[in-house]
Design a protein around this ligand. Structure first.
Ligand code: AHM
Ligand code: MG
Length: 340
């Protein structure tokens, strides 16, 4: 052990991103800069969320967002931080945010670039008042249109086309977890020095799953197949797995736990709602990308999520993500009982 008390070398997120990009032939450094700015946005948002109980910034603004939900002041701060750090860099041709109805153009005075950035600025924000972990989720696509301002088709791309995605979770510690398509790495913020340091290299879903996670209060509204699947989980998965149940109600925290503990997270369709709650582009695709990069599998309940072509920025869809055998079992029950 060194005199500093560390066995291994200390790797900052900046260095890690740079090293990773060096392995990509013809990389221009654009993605490197973009990821570094997202990490910076994470630090700025973290500094606010950790002060949320101290200053008068918690509580709703009184406005509702495009989904008809109450907007928290921190949602707006997080949205604006991400926008203002990224609007003038020449790296992006458009942005999309869970807090904005339409695709957000790059202001005319700035150049358009090769990438599109989509984000949920503060997922789980209804939990802020209860001191529960919340977080920022992001997705990066390479544009498909040739040049000029980005268009909707640049943002409406399937999960398999994600160039990079990740999240920053503001919990008892702040962590940034991301993937550029070659595994998942996690970094913990050292608040004293203001740096994200590599703490969880090459995250893989444990083969022995620990927790299943779904909002059981909706059980009466689930289809026969989902109910049967849930009963199967409760009854010990035919003796195959010994899992416990956990549900935070903040997707970012539930999926963060899933990545480290193994198991399944699901948010099904309900019989009295046309669509499930979670947003494809802002929530389930980026988190699903990480789960697959960590060795898991993600499904809509009837087909792989990676096959879905989004048709709307705010589209919502059922999701089942986690260890492959558990997700495939959900598909089996849904096919058998719901005739999907
Ligand atoms: P939000 O983006 O408005 O915070 O809503 C999404 C959140 C997810 O983080 C979480 O998984 C889900 O809503 C919880 O919903 P429910 O309370 O219906 O279980
Ligand atoms: Mg959200």
């Amino acid at each position: 052990m060194s005199t500093l008390g560390f066995d291994d070398k200390i790797v900052t997120i900046e260095r890690h991103i740079q090293e990773q990009q060096k392995q990509i032939p013809h990389a221009t450094g654009t993605l490197t800069g973009l990821l570094q700015d997202i990490a910076l946005a994470g630090k700025m948002i973290a500094s606010r969320t950790t002060r949320a109980g101290l200053v008068d910034i918690i509580g709703a603004t009184g406005e509702t967002n495009v989904q008809g939900e109450k907007v928290q002041k921190l949602d707006i701060y997080a949205h604006e931080t991400l926008f203002r750090l990224n609007d003038h860099t020449g790296r992006l041709c458009a942005m999309g945010s869970e807090e904005a109805e339409e695709l957000i153009p790059i202001p005319e005075q700035f150049e358009n670039g090769d990438y599109v950035l989509l984000f949920d600025p503060l997922d789980g924000s209804s939990n802020i008042n209860y001191n529960v972990s919340v977080g920022t989720i992001f997705t990066i696509f390479r544009r498909v249109t040739p040049s000029g301002p980005g268009e909707l088709e640049d943002a409406l791309q399937p999960m398999r086309r994600i160039v990079a995605a990740g999240y920053i979770v503001y919990g008892s510690s702040t962590m940034m977890v991301y993937s550029c398509g070659n595994g998942v790495d996690g970094f913990t913020l050292d608040p004293q020095v203001g740096e994200f340091l590599l703490s969880h290299p090459n995250i893989r879903l444990p083969e022995k799953p620990k927790y299943w996670s779904g909002n059981m209060s909706y059980y009466p509204k689930w289809t026969k197949g989902v109910k049967a699947y849930c009963d199967w989980l409760i009854n010990g998965c035919d003796g195959k797995h010994k899992m416990s149940m956990r549900y935070i109600g903040s997707m970012i925290a539930d999926v963060h736990r899933l990545l480290l503990s193994g198991g399944i997270f699901f948010y099904p369709n309900e019989t009295d709602r046309a669509e499930a709650k979670l947003r494809l582009l802002y929530e389930t695709m980026p988190m699903g990308f990480l789960i697959e990069q960590a060795g898991g599998y993600v499904s809509t309940g009837t087909e792989p999520l990676r096959n879905i072509q989004p048709t709307d920025l705010h589209q919502r869809m059922a999701v089942y993500m986690g260890n492959r055998d558990l997700v495939e079992k959900a598909e089996e029950f849904i096919t058998e009982y719901d005739g999907a």
